[in-house]
Design a protein around this ligand. Structure first.
Ligand SMILES: Nc1nc2c([nH]c(=O)n2[C@H]2C[C@H](O)[C@@H](COP(=O)(O)OP(=O)(O)OP(=O)(O)O)O2)c(=O)[nH]1
Length: 132
């Protein structure tokens, strides 16, 4: 049976209203695609706990999970993903890439210039739409 991953992703906005975008490295699954940083929810974790842990591990900074922005489902060829995008606030430190190839802050209207992981397209569209 096809596996469904439960994944959380952080929507982090800076004081210039730019959103943090992360480029998956050639070594990661779905390589060379942009995503909202995050990862798989572990057993027993709430989505908020999962995103706070993932960002601590992946970007070496502390965030606080605020509200859920969007939940979406996407079928890849070999697995499916339930993606929960959560609005988050930076509380300590500054995001630095550990595994990602690159981190950039982008205005919402420019988000669609990147090659996103297919599961993220719904979230990107909602972010762009929200601004109009
Ligand atoms: N973190 C994150 N993952 C995403 C997004 N969109 C998307 O399709 N994914 C996929 C990529 C991965 O297959 C999965 C997330 O798990 P992960 O980040 O722990 O993936 P990984 O395979 O690099 O990690 P691992 O199994 O090697 O520990 O969800 C997104 O916006 N953020």
């Amino acid at each position: 049976m096809r596996k469904t991953l439960s994944v959380v992703a952080a929507i982090l906005e800076n004081e210039n209203k730019e959103i943090l975008c992360a480029l998956r490295s050639p070594k990661m699954s779905i390589p060379n695609h942009w995503e909202f940083p995050g990862g798989k929810i572990q057993d027993g974790e709430t989505p908020a706990e999962a995103i706070e842990r993932e960002i601590r591990e992946e970007l070496k900074c502390s965030i606080e999970a605020n509200e859920i922005f969007l939940t979406s489902h996407h079928d890849y060829d070999t697995f499916s993903i339930d993606l929960t995008a959560i609005r988050c606030k930076l509380v300590e430190g500054f995001p630095t890439a550990q595994e990602h190839s690159k981190l950039i802050w982008l205005k919402r209207e420019n988000l669609d210039s990147l090659k996103w992981a297919p599961a993220d397209v719904a979230t990107v569209e909602q972010l762009i739409k929200e601004q109009l």
